[in-house]
Design a protein around this ligand. Structure first.
Ligand code: GLC
Ligand code: CA
Length: 556
């Protein structure tokens, strides 16, 4: 079918279901909780939901370890609830994109239970099994490390072989070289597409094809083996095949989580002529400020940040961008890019910076009210398998580093973003009437949706205004992008132009006052203020001193 490419007009909201809204008081967010918030989502001006996994799962990695791809996790509800949810979304003009986690399954998936039971089981080759090395076969088959620390191999007593797991040992990697596995994945996609889902967010999709022979990886301080499976030898072939068998038969958006992809090889995946995926999440801007868990937080550099975004904006028109600053795998954005005493200004400034770019913007639950990190996250607060593994391993083997690790996790743990959504100042932030599955951020008494509704100057009202402004806006969707003063360490200045109309976008990334002079190209032109993050911003664009984190857009 010919794709309408509806995602080019979409604004996506990511829901992490466990922490969004609990409808039955068991302390765990669920589908009926989502249903109760559909009007809220509609009002926010979003047009699509990306739902993190809601399938059956033993929750070793909160649903990213799936034991049944065709059913809903008991704690989240039933398939009937799910149907009601998607119908409710569609009735409100909201599309639904589901998480597709198929680099690995849960070890409790029926396929894996079969696979591990004997070497000649028909499901044996659904996974990647190898004999051990060394004298008595007790050394892992190669030196690859799991993204969640430790070896990527687990020895299994039953058959005396190791299986590969690039994530936790309860997330065995599927063997995509087996044609049956690829057909299963296509069937799963079609199953949900027939039920009406509008696309998939493909989890760690760039890892699916492993190099033949599984050679040892080069040494890299934290992660070994990447070069042998990031966009491996058959990656494009397998994705293209899946696209033909499932994705292209419906009017979908397929967005890949694309570890290891840079602006230089992105078009091989997302160019419309390739028939692979529609867009990807790059990590280039995130890793500059917050490399994934295994290393100490990095200092934010506005120059690099602008450079990365500008490079991606320069992709050819046959490619499409995904624009995000938050998701369930990173701590909250605000503390990374600004000082919290200016919370509202920083949040709005970031929203302007991102939403005026070309691409599909994503808002992660809570971002729209400016949720922040915990001040002091302790061992007993961790729920994420990664925080727990890192902390416990360091405590056991390298105790002297414990204060450092605590400090790092306090800045970077994924737990920060997974704290329950803050709906009101009531008990448990209105997230649950029971006992929450994970601690709430105590600042919910001030930062919450109910409070934001009352405050005309709130981040929430700002997002609503910005989203509604963006929807259907041709300049933002199609315009060219041009950056000015790229060496400036405090300001991001860019323009979007389409059919003779321009948006002049200026965002200050500093808590200091800073002088701004419009570039020559913007001078002596009639201008009109479109949106900004301070009251009383002048109606026309002139040289002036900007306030902390000030941002605005003028139409020229
Ligand atoms: C992706 C998910 C992350 C998960 C991992 C393994 O990176 O976003 O939450 O832990 O894949 O499935
Ligand atoms: Ca519940």
């Amino acid at each position: 079918m010919t794709k309408t490419r509806w995602y080019k007009d979409a604004i996506v909201y990511q829901i992490y279901p466990r922490s969004f809204c609990d409808s039955n008081g068991d302390g765990i967010g669920d589908i009926r909780g989502i249903i109760s918030k559909l009007d809220y989502l509609k009002d926010l001006g979003i047009t699509c939901v990306w739902l993190s996994p809601c399938y059956k799962s033993p929750n070793d990695d909160n649903g990213y370890d799936i034991s049944d791809y065709r059913d809903i996790m008991d704690e989240f509800g039933t398939l009937e609830d799910w149907q009601e949810m998607i119908d409710g979304m569609h009735a409100r003009g909201i599309k639904l994109v589901m998480d597709l986690v198929v680099n690995h399954t849960s070890d409790e998936h029926e396929w894996f239970k079969q696979s591990r039971s004997s070497k000649d089981n028909p499901y044996r080759d659904y996974y990647i099994w190898r004999p051990g090395k060394g004298k008595n076969g007790k050394k892992p088959p190669n030196n690859w490390t799991s993204r969640f620390t430790g070896s990527a191999w687990e020895y299994d007593e039953t058959t005396g072989e190791y299986y590969l797991h690039l994530f936790s040992k309860k997330q065995p990697d599927l063997n995509w070289d087996n044609p049956k596995v690829r057909q299963e994945v296509a069937d799963i996609c079609n199953y949900w597409l027939e039920k009406g889902v509008d696309g998939f967010r493909c989890d760690v999709i760039t890892y699916i094809s492993k190099e033949e022979g599984l050679p040892d990886g080069k040494f890299n301080p934290a992660i070994i083996g990447d070069e042998h499976f990031v966009v491996g030898p058959h990656f494009h072939e397998y994705i293209h095949e899946l696209n033909e068998r499932a994705w292209s038969k419906y009017d979908t958006m397929i967005v890949g989580e694309a570890q290891g992809i840079t602006v230089h090889n992105a078009h091989d995946i997302v160019d419309e002529s390739r028939g692979e995926m529609d867009c990807i999440f790059t990590f280039e801007h995130q890793t500059m400020v917050d490399s994934f868990l295994t290393t100490v937080p990095k200092k934010f550099s506005l120059r690099k940040w602008k450079e990365v975004f500008s490079n991606w904006q320069a992709l050819p028109d046959t490619c499409w961008n995904s624009l995000y600053i938050e998701n369930h795998d990173y701590s909250r954005a605000l503390p990374r890019y600004g000082k919290l005493e200016y919370r509202k200004q920083v949040a709005k400034m970031l929203a302007i910076s991102i939403e005026f770019l070309k691409g599909t913007p994503y808002i992660y639950q809570g971002q729209e009210i400016g949720m922040t990190n915990f001040d002091d996250l302790k061992r007993e607060d961790y729920r994420d398998i990664v925080s727990i593994k890192i902390y416990d391993a360091v405590k056991k083997y390298a105790c002297v580093f414990l204060p450092l690790v605590k400090w790092v996790l306090n800045k970077k743990a994924r737990d920060h973003a997974r704290a329950p959504m803050q709906w009101s100042a009531e008990k448990n932030a209105g997230f649950t009437t029971g006992e929450s599955w994970m601690p709430l951020n105590p600042n919910y008494t001030e930062i919450n949706v109910a409070e934001a509704e009352k405050d005309p100057d709130s981040i929430l009202h700002f997002y609503r205004k910005l989203n509604h402004f963006r929807l259907g806006n041709e300049i933002i969707k199609n315009g060219t992008y041009k950056q000015y003063d790229e060496k400036n360490k405090k300001l991001w200045i860019y323009e979007r132009e389409y059919n003779g109309k321009k948006y002049a976008v200026v965002a200050s990334y500093t808590d200091k006052e800073v002088k701004f002079v419009p570039p020559i190209e913007w001078q002596n032109k009639p201008s009109k203020l479109v949106i900004g993050n301070y009251d009383g911003q002048p109606e026309t664009l002139d040289a002036r001193t900007l306030k902390p984190y000030e941002a605005f857009v003028y139409e020229l």
